[in-house]
Design a protein. Sequence first.
Length: 235
Amino acid sequence: MILKRASILLAVLALAPNLRAAAAPFEEGERLYRYGKAAEAAPLLERAILDPGADQNAWLYLAGCYVKLGRLDEASATLRKGLGRATTSKGLFLVFLGDVYVLQGKNSFAADSFTQALGVDASLSDAYLQRATARMALKDYKGAREDYSRYVELEPGSAKRPSIEALVAKLDAGIAETDRLAAEAEAKKQAEEAARKELIDKMAASLKASADETQSLSAGAGDVQGYGDELKIDE
């Protein structure tokens, strides 16, 4: 009898994961995700988000599964859909969406997403750090420098601080050089424009002077001819 009950108990325990999945796909999907089983967690979380009352984190975990599985388009689509269902974590959704865009190489979209996240919550330090990464890729070095500096202000104890400050120093030198080159280029452009205008004015003045001289000569020739017509020589 005891052996029979033990066998029944073992059978129930063996079925427990399936029973948990059937009863609460989100909880089981979350558990599997945390154990690094993204491929197994994804189908459960896909079921979980179909529930009108689904936990908003189901969308985040599902997107995380897709990222781990290399399904980046599905990850970004899931986050965009989940954003409309988010109640208290809109900033987090936008940061994760920006992260996925960075992985896809869509740095302009990523920067916009991080900016929106900071509009929701300006204390999201990761949004500054990740936007700096996107801006570096977009060669917006001034914007990246500002974001790195803001991140260090928010996270003064970060282990990344030394490397970030070294990068900021390089950016400062590069920005100063870029500004110098831009100023020189602008000065050269203005000088060339002034020289071109001076040349045009000089040509216009020369042409006017030449035209005036020609008109004067023509008028003088007419006067001489008229005078000759009236000149009479005594025979």
